[in-house]
Ligand binder design. Sequence first.
Ligand code: COA
Length: 161
Amino acid sequence: MVVIYPGSFDPVTYGHLDIIDRCSKKFSKVIVAVLNNKSKKNLFTVEERVELLKKTLEGYDNVEVDTFSGLLVDYLKQKNCSTVVRGLRAVSDFEYEMQMALVNKKLEEDMETLFMVSSGKYAYLSSSIVKEVALFGGNISCFVPEVVEKSLLEKIHGGKK
Ligand code: COA
């Protein structure tokens, strides 16, 4: 089965990679779909976010990185896929995720949302937290792969820690 794992990935963290890695073992193909949303203020451009994901996911034969804009249900149709995976980190994610899943279902009856529970060690992670720690000079090597850490430090401090 082909599944789509959508998100902003600004930038990708070990929390996202945990979900992608586990999906790659359960499904025949995983399409990581980066939302190209001009109205959301992202630190990385969509091209940069894709590039970081591609570099980080180099070893995976059944994982593809793509971008989408507009409605997720339209992107799914375009990909001929009807299953989305979302990670659940904590109870606080549930309400928002439930709302999105139900709206998507209303828009497209055939669409299913599968929830994968995040590994406990990443349950506290988010892209904003990583950006904040980096901004104030904290060590982010336990949150993101080296290539992401480098790009983030470059963006925030011009390469200087
Ligand atoms: N590990 C670590 N962090 C995670 C995570 C995980 N497993 N899963 C989510 N997160 C974090 C992200 O880093 C992000 O953190 P931030 O807010 O600090 O940046 C946050 O949780 C939100 O995650 P993300 O998965 O990027 O969700 P999103 O809300 O930005 O986007 C889409 C979700 C893309 C699926 C949704 O906005 C969408 O489908 N948009 C298209 C428009 C549409 O169809 N709308 C109608 C449906 S509601």
